[in-house]
Design a protein around this ligand. Sequence first.
Ligand SMILES: CC(C)(COP(=O)(O)OP(=O)(O)OC[C@H]1O[C@@H](n2cnc3c(N)ncnc32)[C@H](O)[C@@H]1OP(=O)(O)O)[C@@H](O)C(=O)NCCC(=O)NCCS
Length: 380
Amino acid sequence: MPEATYAKGLEGVIAAETKISRVDGENGRLYYLGYSITDLVEHCDFEETTYLLLYGELPDKAKLDEFRKKMRDARDLKDPIVEMIKNFPPKAKPMELLQSSVAYLSGYVEHAIQHSGSCNCRKTLHQVVQLTGVVAGLARIRAGKEYVPPRMDLSHGANFLYQLHGEVPDAFEGEVMDDALILHAEHGLNASTFTARVVASTISTCYSSISAAIGALYGSLHGGANEKAMLMVKEIGDKSNAADYVNKVLDSHGKIMGMGHRVYKAKDPRAVIMENYLLELSKRKGNMKYYEILKEVEAVFRARMEEKGKPIYPNVDFFSGAVYALLGIPSELFTPIFAMSRVSGWLAHILEQREDNRLFRPRALYVGHDERAFVPIDKR
Ligand SMILES: CC(C)(COP(=O)(O)OP(=O)(O)OC[C@H]1O[C@@H](n2cnc3c(N)ncnc32)[C@H](O)[C@@H]1OP(=O)(O)O)[C@@H](O)C(=O)NCCC(=O)NCCS
């Protein structure tokens, strides 16, 4: 066995090989299967991107048509799932429902992996597609409205807005939503993706692996920064208050949400795309407030950081919350939307794990007691 080294949080440890995505943090680039995220957003939709992630190549037209049909056929929720949403505890968080719903959905599927060891995870795609209906359905049911069945003629993102609002979004808004899903679909071996691979490595099903990954994303250190960035925008209220806000946070050694990234040391390429969408959406909606506040926060923050010789840029979460808010999406759905999108990347990693599986089994460095004499309960 090779000599073991200890790295808290596995920092710097390479725990898997992957061909799925490459993050070039120095130059601010992100690639799925070698294709730049900028090209994918320009030329593909979320369904085609999901095909690329799951099959490793871009599809020809016939393959894409067939895959699109399969994804759309999987859109509508079965009645028991709608009932589950209605009966879920009213105070439970949307991520808890999402995690449970994927485990519940699993009961409808034949899991070849458990019988033959071969994998049929690409077969039905309910575990990828139905997150959208669950998130939209939950928001509607909690608002006292009815679940809206999906439309089959809309992109994945546009259909989400349709199922959420009960109205077909205009073409631009549908495109923005669909592209936001592309941008969040995959990002290497982050905590939730690692979780999905660890669970898959036990030859558990892709549904239980995805359900576990949703649990990992639920934690505030992983998902949730865009919700906090949007709370910040609301707290600032007007761009004239932005400088005071940023200075106060930095003077008290606090964090500005949506700024900085562990891997990107240049501007996050997803933030560049989201910022453009936010600007365009703000103009079309005649509401420049969020955009102006965010740009002022960015300018003041970056100037303060540069004084200290630390060039720190916005990450995707800095702008995405404001984009979602302008699309009429309540902020408690921001992390569930992240899951709706990242599920394609999770499934891609589960499939990759299965190609050359080895059970994840790291060791812990024991720092506890040496052997101790047992003390009977009446002597403690
Ligand atoms: C993502 C994050 C944890 C990366 O932190 P990191 O790896 O320490 O980043 P860096 O090494 O580039 O940070 C350099 C310095 O800038 C500071 N810094 C980085 N991001 C900051 C932020 N958003 N607000 C205030 N200070 C920040 C760090 O605290 C560090 O200060 P120090 O040198 O005095 O310790 C951090 O940027 C952060 O907390 N951002 C806000 C939360 C967020 O948006 N998360 C979503 C990420 S996709």
